[in-house]
Design a protein around this ligand. Structure first.
Ligand SMILES: Nc1ncnc2c1ncn2[C@@H]1O[C@H](COP(=O)(O)OP(=O)(O)OP(=O)(O)O)[C@@H](O)[C@H]1O
Ligand SMILES: [Mg+2]
Length: 450
């Protein structure tokens, strides 16, 4: 992980040299500018993590440089250096957004401390912004979710790349955040990129950053996500939507942990763990020539599959309870109780939109239903389960018919039972068989009723 790059702005060569030496010894990269004009030019061209700015400069003075930076929308933290003990100027600088001020003669310790604080502070602010973004825990106690949780905790602790697959809204991003949280990088940044949402012409600039003027529209230099994720985790979401060209570039970074910004020549080295996610069948994409196999192998070191909600219907009551509390907390709506018949109705539905859809349904009824308790009738808007295409699991193609039938039957019955919350009488009615017959079947198939 790189320590940070610092621009030193002072008209006295001796001071620039001294600061360059102090900061270099501490492991920072430094650049120097002898005037306000030069500083502004460099700041337009390069990206720095911090600026040390002398207030007394010939031409544009430090305060004016600071003002122009803020006006242009630069977020870079600035520490000002004041020549004489001029408290007033330092106060003005702090008002303009300077993080700290140093007085000449400069003390080694004071410089190092101030720089470290300013960089830590900036890092912390980014971290706080990230933490506000998403959940890092999976609700549910079904065998499927327990297994997933176990995998996430084990995989999280390793440094291995993880490829998360699963249908829409099933919780892939939650899993990615959780992997980060359970890794040695938890103190570092978690940066997400949605590869599907970014036009293919812009994705490289998004990932690698660019310098001002690198292409039409690049009016300002910008850091890429690989750089922002240094020391932490980069979450490449919807990885199946990257163009082949971008795939080649991403592959190169993964191999070398190095890249250059668009329009730049300096190689930037980063320490980033990549976690990728997709709802596509990447192996089919590879077959079709749309996804690079070598990239797939790089990313798929540890595959983690997030199950569809339909595979873990028994988690619905817990999820509902959680979402009711969340929605109540964030909107001020009164929490509502889902009656058993309502929960049954939820378990009967196919949930093509998975957990996200469930959360939306909970929010919708909390807003729309006036009573304290939600009943099945309040969920009439849910499409009836069509009965076609039962998600009865995949049966391998070359099984003998008898065995295939048995597998299908077991899975079909298991799911019917699950949808009825384990109630054999209701499941029998659903399947159109006698209760005693279903009991017999369950024993035969080794599916003990709960
Ligand atoms: N096990 C879970 N417990 C609680 N909330 C969950 C769980 N799984 C998903 N969620 C919630 O469901 C919503 C969808 O989850 P998420 O965004 O992680 O899904 P996704 O698989 O990334 O979806 P997409 O494929 O659409 O990108 C989010 O609001 C998330 O907080
Ligand atoms: Mg997602």
């Amino acid at each position: 992980m790189h320590q940070g790059s610092i621009l030193i702005v002072d008209d006295e060569p001796g001071i620039r040299e001294l600061l360059g030496q102090i900061l270099g010894d501490e492991g920072y990269e430094t650049a120097e500018a002898a005037s306000g004009e030069e500083a502004l030019t460099l700041l337009e061209r390069e990206l720095y993590d911090l600026v040390l700015l002398d207030l007394w400069l010939p031409g544009i003075d430090g305060l004016e440089v600071l003002r122009r930076l803020r006006e242009a929308g630069y977020q870079v933290p600035v520490i000002v250096i004041s020549g004489h003990a001029s408290g007033e100027q330092a106060v003005a600088a702090v008002r303009e957004g300077a993080r700290d001020f140093l007085e000449k003669p400069l003390s080694y310790d004071r410089v190092v401390l101030s720089v470290r604080n300013a960089l830590d502070q900036a890092r912390l602010e980014r971290r706080v912004a990230e933490a506000a973004e998403g959940r890092v825990a999976l609700t549910g106690s079904s065998p499927a979710i327990r297994e997933l949780r176990r995998q996430v905790i084990t995989a999280g602790a390793s440094e291995g790349r993880v490829l998360i697959s699963g249908p829409n809204g099933s919780g892939k991003e939650v899993v990615a955040r959780m992997l980060h949280r359970h890794s040695g990088r938890a103190g570092g940044p978690f940066v997400a990129v949605n590869c599907a949402a970014i036009p293919s012409e812009l994705i490289e600039s998004e990932l690698f950053g660019h310098l001002r003027g690198a292409f039409t529209g690049a009016v300002e230099s910008k850091r890429g996500k690989f750089e922002l994720a240094d020391g932490g985790t980069l979450f490449l979401d919807e990885i199946g939507d990257m163009s082949l060209l971008t795939q080649a570039k991403v592959l190169r970074v993964l191999q070398e942990q190095r890249f250059t910004r668009l329009g730049g020549s300096r190689e930037i080295t980063v320490d980033v763990r990549v976690i990728a996610a997709t709802n596509k069948d990447l192996e089919a994409e590879i077959e079709a020539g749309r996804f690079r196999q070598d990239l797939f192998f790089r990313l798929n070191v540890i595959p983690v599959r997030v199950p569809a909600l339909a595979e873990r219907l028994e988690d619905i009551p817990e999820l509902v309870e959680e979402f009711v509390a969340e929605v109540a907390g964030s909107t001020g709506l009164r929490p509502k109780l889902f009656a058993p018949d309502a929960l049954d109705r939820l378990r009967e539905y196919g949930w093509p939109g998975n957990v996200r859809e469930l959360r939306n349904v909970v929010e919708r009824v909390m807003i729309m239903v006036p009573g304290e308790t939600i009943h099945a009738a309040d969920l009439a808007f849910l499409p009836a389960d069509s009965g076609v295409a039962p998600p009865a699991g995949e049966v391998p193609r070359d099984l003998p018919l008898r065995e295939a039938r048995e597998r299908f039957e077991r899975e079909y019955i298991r799911q019917a039972l699950e949808r009825c919350g384990g109630n054999v009488t209701r499941a029998a009615a659903r399947l159109g068989v006698e209760r005693s017959h279903l009991h017999r079947k369950l024993r035969q198939l080794g599916l003990a009723p709960r």
